[in-house]
Design a binder for this molecule. Sequence first.
Ligand SMILES: *Cc1c(COP(=O)(O)O)cnc(C)c1O
Length: 354
Amino acid sequence: MDFPITRAAALKAKPDPSTLVFGKTFTDHMFLMDYHAGQGWHDGRIVPYAPFQLDPSCMVFHYAQEVFEGMKAYRTPEGKIQLFRPIENARRINSSCERMCIPQIDENLFVEAVKALVKVEADWVPDQKGTSLYIRPFIIATDASLGVHASHSYCFCIICCPVGSYYPEGINPVKIYIENDDVRAVRGGTGYTKCGGNYAASIRAGERAEEQGYSQVLWLDGVHRKYIEEVGAMNVLFKLDGKVVTPALEGSVLPGITRKSCLELLRSWGVPVEERRITAEELFDAAQAGKLEEAWGSGTAAVVSPIGELAWGERKVTIHGGKIGALTQKLYDTLTGIQWGTQPDPFGWVVKLD
Ligand SMILES: *Cc1c(COP(=O)(O)O)cnc(C)c1O
């Protein structure tokens, strides 16, 4: 697949990789593709990174008909660039599109578009330990019209930003707060999609958690308000009495690619894994009985983020003495080894750029 490339007239200075702040610096180019009813997706192209001009009545501004993805390009020790399971992002954006009545994109075209843009921006993929190029594909509804129905036109865009190491000072377990009032998603809603609306609804609880000194919110299910769902932008896994348990995917939880990769690795190591419902009560009781051995979040940004403390109303527990556990560490080392190409890739997860 060949996409026409319009080069930026002047290239930006590359930021210092040791001081990179997530999501603030964008590369020189972006990928664009348009959709019009009757015409389908057309005119995939790479152009200089620049602001959009959109009509104020544009549907995405009013009804949030929008989906996105998050993935990374990694620099290997040989200086090559590789992606991690990009076809999974292509499948997931299409699953999100289906729910939001957005026309789907051919999965190979999606991956080829990502590869083409990253090739143009190859110099932006940093090479310091733990750094990467974050890739944000997204689709917005562009009909200039108020009135709630599916748009007839869309814009698919991919932007990239270099990101520093998530753990510049080593892995520090995080403190997480279980939210009792706001809910993120219910079955039948959009919880399993990556759509901006889910995040808009989560901001208030995130602010409350921060005010109380917690870094993220752990959501409970929206119906019974007792089953664990996930953390902010991460899925959550627990080592409970020798087994790994994680909430089952029942429509309200985002099907994370890092979650899936953790489960596949754990199964390959012979670790018993259960995908099921877990109540907050069960977790806190297990912690009191000394059986909550490890807990961690999983997501593209952090890979694996150990949870050192959980708070639920008046109840608070410390997990693994507030330090990363051995299994969490092994998952982190294995996943990052595969992603950055310092370890073999037995599952064929990596897609090399050249
Ligand atoms: C993206 C995301 C995740 C993690 O998914 P990965 O594919 O592992 O990055 C988890 N929860 C939510 C709500 C997300 O948006």
